[in-house]
Design a protein around this ligand. Structure first.
Ligand code: ADP
Ligand code: MG
Length: 268
């Protein structure tokens, strides 16, 4: 192999996998996944995957509501991974279907192979993850990821959920990249909450994203926030969070091996 080929190329490229996670649904995981993905896409090859296969909604955030092939088909063994990858907004987007039957036919274990396959072709993978306190398969994205981004609303119940998510992550050897406060309103004394939170969480506060009509409007328009309202305050907050993520280079091959061998925890 010629000496000028960097080691990263020699071992098939580098990738870091993040799970965007929270304890409960509706905290803004999908909004955050798309926004962080677009912000990171200015410097990296980014793939976002809707791994929230029971409550999928990335397709609505990405203008892919009528996508023919989705992750459900791949997880059912009925389509190749490549058929569910759509180039949108400067990223590779892997949406998931929303039907109950699609969810029932999906074999969650296959997500390992999907991630391992896509890892060879991208620098950063963001797994839009299920609410982690749901079911056995719901923690799989957290198990597969190198680091999690915990999306929280600045309330005590949300913080305590977030701590449980962190506990899952650290149990499986997954790191904590940081905490993202979403839907923050001015009367919430966010600085005090963030300082308190940092005592309990391993990662830093990546950003505080305000409650904003721009976020709702983007969703309604079927566009990620950073495409729909790039100058808005929440968009700026997400760019700041992405800059703090400091994506690491991980050799693909060990990562892919780890995905293929990851054991889904059997917790009750
Ligand atoms: P999740 O994926 O965690 O279920 P979503 O990202 O789909 O959450 O967000 C849930 C709903 O909340 C969406 O309708 C979204 O537009 C809205 N939302 C999320 N973040 C904000 C925000 N910062 N301001 C206003 N609405 C928001
Ligand atoms: Mg979602």
């Amino acid at each position: 192999m010629p000496a000028f080929i960097p080691e990263s190329e020699a071992n098939g490229g580098m990738v870091e996998v993040f799970a965007v996670a929270s304890g409960k649904g509706g905290t803004g995981k999908t909004t955050s996944t798309m926004a962080l993905g677009m912000a990171l896409a200015s410097e990296h090859d980014v793939t976002v995957i809707d791994a929230d296969t029971g409550m999928a909604n990335m397709l609505f955030h990405a203008g892919l509501a009528d996508a023919d092939t989705t992750l459900h088909d791949v997880l059912a063994g009925e389509a190749a991974v490549e058929a569910a990858v759509y180039e949108r907004f400067g990223m590779s987007v892997v949406p998931c279907g929303t039907s109950l039957s699609g969810f029932q036919q999906a074999e969650p274990d296959r997500l390992r192979t999907v991630v391992a396959t896509l890892a060879a072709e991208t620098d950063v993978i963001l797994l839009d993850s299920p609410a982690a306190l749901g079911s056995r398969s719901a923690v799989l994205p957290i198990v597969l990821a190198d680091r999690i981004v915990v999306v929280l609303q600045p309330t005590i119940p949300s913080l305590s959920d977030g701590l449980k998510v962190q506990e899952y992550a650290t149990t499986y050897g997954t790191g904590v990249a940081g905490v993202l406060f979403n839907r923050v309103t001015e009367d919430e004394a966010i600085d005090r909450i963030a300082t308190k939170t940092e005592q309990y969480f391993e990662g830093e506060t990546l950003a505080t994203v305000p409650e904003s009509d721009a976020v709702r409007d983007a969703r309604r328009a079927g566009e990620p926030l950073l495409a729909h309202a790039p100058e808005s305050a929440p968009a700026a907050a997400y760019r700041k969070a992405a800059a703090r993520l400091a994506v690491r280079d991980r050799p693909v091959d060990p990562v892919a091996d780890r995905f293929r061998s990851a054991v889904i925890p059997d917790h009750s």
